[in-house]
Design a protein around this ligand. Structure first.
Ligand code: BGC
Length: 751
């Protein structure tokens, strides 16, 4: 049946007033049950992250008890469900279909933490665009992405799903993702509505333990944690997801200050807010009351849609009768959900993403795979390369060892819902693809991921577990050592399995699992040069590996094209340029560790006596690898920072320039980073903050002048009154290759 609302198409690109009139008209016909039905988001159950799932979905759709479905894809299911909504429900209101499309849909891109290491907004935006095209081809019109939670604690497994520790870079990435998903016109058949998550501060979980309490000062919130959410909103994000954690003692899902005062009144958000998985029900475990009470609290706080738990569906009517919620509150939430459907063009065409021609786009095309390969290459970070052991020669014999060397399923990383592991390229296959028969490859698995039974048993997601070899550990190590002895160089592909990071995957020990370190120790003893290809969903503590091995290439979890991309970089077809976006600690004891920390009253600069200074007895304050760090097969030399002026006033602009030279023998890319510090202010400020970067490409011997324009906006911060402003005085401009290696110059800036 044709949509009864097809007349809407003529109005789609018109004003909010038209939308309002349309929604008013529709709501005037809706019963209370139908309105509450719009607030109910259920899961079709293909990908679930909780114990609760929904029942009798088809019957509920027919009765108008469901506003949207998530966790299902494929046009068969979605078409059928949409037909029930459009044909059988009384008012024919279409459903919205959501999915966790986190780093690609069919074609899987690197995990978001890896993607952020590209510092390349065009690549990131393109990955979201491709994901949207593929997902809409399977009926999806709403994606639970981007995750923009700032994370400074690598114990937290979900650090893998975000863009690291920096609010400025995180904001750029949030914008790029929103643009990629939503495009300029959400009514298009290949556009999806983004859902910014998890609002808010989820990455601040105490002790890095999943779903744990968050408690932070308002200044820290505003300055360091909230900016990426706001950037996503300003880029036009259509929806937000509330987080599981508490904020100032009140869980986000029932936090009126967060969902209404901040998000809507201060920031002007006009879209809708959905809860996280059963987060409304979980308010009871947080200690806020029974299901009826917490459902009313969530609605009143400003939550519009209830994911999975059906607290809204089963209690709001009663609460209305008892005066615990108002009709206006229910209407408001219902209106926001209907508006989202209107903005997506679903009233005009509920089947806009369910047709043969769009379905074809769900396929992994060659172009999509090519984009995934390019993005993966750009995401890799060369952490160490002593004696330029990399790139490898395209000749001789290589011993390829490690549990990740001949593996398909682990290539994709965490949070992959529709990606097919069988279609991913393993490292061994990638190497063969890239060097053919020029290199003799000897393979030995060498070890399992872990022999720690607890870690092994708990590391799973959507039922997927890492593959275990049943041989005794020593037998596998011996075989790897024998293999290594026959080779010119050893490539050890080790690290975390996909399920050791991601949701519900916090670790208290963030080293490479012991079993694999035993393998590495044995390989080190062979005296052969060893290159570590490291898979990881979080910064790992690699102090021993850094000391022991010549080369470490961090490849995160690279996605569908993993093996090809890794081989391209190992053999120098692409010169790595990625830079880490989350600090790598020396040991877990340094956590939280991040570059934009405060100075303290007793800073320790590493020189002179350490007593009565802010430091540790047993470890230095410095990280192993600082934020923004990453090497190249070439080297770059930086000139001094030249400033257009050293005394500025008011809204004047400052230009800071450095010359960067490729001092090596091969072409390469460099992410030139700009940091600013404000040494004297009314509050204690961070030692420096990222305020810009430029990714440049240089031929051997080539020099480029790289300039940044700095305005007073770059000097602003939140003061004790939470006023966002700058204060006159001295500012230090630093430019460099990472947050710890910079050149600097200072200016005086008066108002
Ligand atoms: C996660 C969300 C996700 C949701 C739906 C939750 O457990 O926290 O990030 O979008 O499940 O799958």
């Amino acid at each position: 049946m044709l949509s009864p609302f097809s007349f809407v198409s003529a109005q789609l690109k018109t004003s909010d007033a038209k939308m309002e009139a349309f929604v008013n008209g529709l709501m005037s016909k809706m019963t209370l049950d139908e309105k509450i039905g719009q607030l109910n988001l259920v899961t079709g159950g293909q990908s679930v992250t909780g114990s609760a799932v929904n029942k009798d979905i088809e019957a509920k759709i027919g009765k108008g008890n469901i506003g949207g479905i998530f966790g299902v894809w494929g046009t068969n299911y979605i078409k059928k469900a949409q037909e029930i909504a459009v044909n059988n429900s009384r008012l024919h209101i279409p459903l919205i279909f959501g999915l966790d499309v986190i780093h690609g849909h069919r074609t899987i891109f690197p995990i978001p933490l890896g993607m952020s290491a590209t510092w390349d907004m065009a690549l990131i935006q393109r990955s979201a665009r491709i994901a949207a095209t593929e997902a809409t081809g399977e009926g999806i019109n709403w994606v639970f992405s981007p995750m923009v939670d700032i994370a400074r604690d690598p114990r937290w497994g979900r650090i893998s799903e975000g863009s690291g520790e920096d609010p400025w870079l995180g904001s750029q990435i949030a914008r790029a993702m929103i643009k990629g998903y939503q495009g300029n016109d959400m009514t298009k058949s290949d556009a999806v509505m983004a859902c910014v998550k998890h609002f808010a501060l989820y990455g601040g979980a105490e002790a890095g333990r999943e779903y744990n309490t968050v408690d932070m000062s308002l200044i820290k919130m505003y300055q360091d944690y909230l900016p990426p959410y706001k950037a996503a909103l300003d880029a036009g994000a259509g929806s937000f997801m509330s987080s599981f954690n508490t904020i100032n003692g009140v869980p986000a899902t029932a936090n009126r200050w967060l969902l209404t005062d901040l998000l809507r009144k201060q920031w002007g958000f006009k879209g809708f807010v959905v809860s996280d998985y059963t987060a409304v029900n979980e308010l009871s475990a947080h200690g806020l009351g029974d299901l009826q009470t917490v459902s009313a609290l969530a609605l009143k706080a400003g939550l519009d849609m209830d994911m999975v738990g059906e607290g809204f569906l089963t209690t709001l009517k009663k609460s209305l009768k008892e005066g615990k919620v108002t009709q206006a509150e229910i209407d408001q939430a219902c209106r926001r959900v209907l508006e989202a459907k209107y903005k997506l063009g679903l009233f005009a065409n509920p089947y806009k993403s369910i047709s043969a021609d769009v379905e074809a786009k769900a396929e992994m095309t060659d172009a999509n795979r090519k984009a995934a390969r390019e993005t993966a290459e750009h995401s890799f970070v060369l952490l160490k390369n002593k004696g330029n052991i990399l790139p490898l020669k395209k000749s001789g014999t290589i011993a390829l060892v490690g549990p990740l060397a001949d593996n398909h399923s682990e290539m994709l990383g965490t949070w992959v819902v529709a990606g097919d592991p069988r279609k991913s390229v393993s490292v061994i296959d990638g190497i063969k693809n890239v060097v053919g028969n020029d290199v003799n490859i000897l393979y030995a698995r060498g070890s399992n991921f872990t022999d720690d039974s607890l870690l092994n048993e708990r590391s799973w997601f959507f039922g997927m577990r890492q593959i275990k070899d049943k041989r005794p550990a020593q037998e596998m190590i011996d075989e790897a050592v024998e293999t290594a002895k026959k080779a010119d160089v050893v490539v050890a592909v080790v690290g975390e399995s996909a399920n050791m990071s991601g949701e519900s995957s916090s670790r208290s020990d963030i080293t490479i699992p012991e079993t694999q370190r035993e393998l590495l120790k044995a390989l080190a003893k062979t005296g052969k040069p060893v290159v570590i290809v490291l898979f990881n969903g979080r910064p790992l503590a690699l102090t021993w590996e850094d000391k022991t091995f010549d080369a470490i290439l961090d490849v995160w979890a690279p996605g569908t094209e993993a093996g090809n991309a890794i081989a391209d970089v190992l053999f120098g077809n692409y010169n790595p340029a990625g830079k880490i976006t989350a600090t790598f600690p020396r040991s877990v004891g340094q956590i939280p560790i991040y570059y934009n920390h405060k100075n303290t009253g007793r800073p320790f600069d590493g020189k002179g006596p350490a007593k009565f200074k802010s430091d540790y007895l047993d470890i230095s304050n410095d990280p192993l690898y600082p934020f923004g760090y990453g090497l190249s097969y070439t080297s770059f030399s930086y000139g001094d920072v030249k400033l257009s002026k050293t005394n500025l006033k008011g809204n004047e602009k400052l230009t800071a320039t450095v010359s960067v030279t490729n001092a090596g023998k091969v072409a390469g890319e460099e992410v030139v980073q700009l940091y600013i510090s404000d040494p004297v202010a009314s509050i204690s400020r961070s030692v420096k903050e990222l305020k810009g970067f430029k990714k440049i490409s240089l031929q051997p011997g080539e020099q480029k002048e790289v300039s940044f324009t700095i305005t007073p906006d770059d000097l602003k911060f939140y003061n004790t009154q939470l006023k966002y402003d700058w204060e006159p005085g001295k500012f230090v401009v630093e430019i460099g290759t990472n947050s710890a290696e910079t050149r600097s110059a200072s200016v005086q800036w008066t108002k």
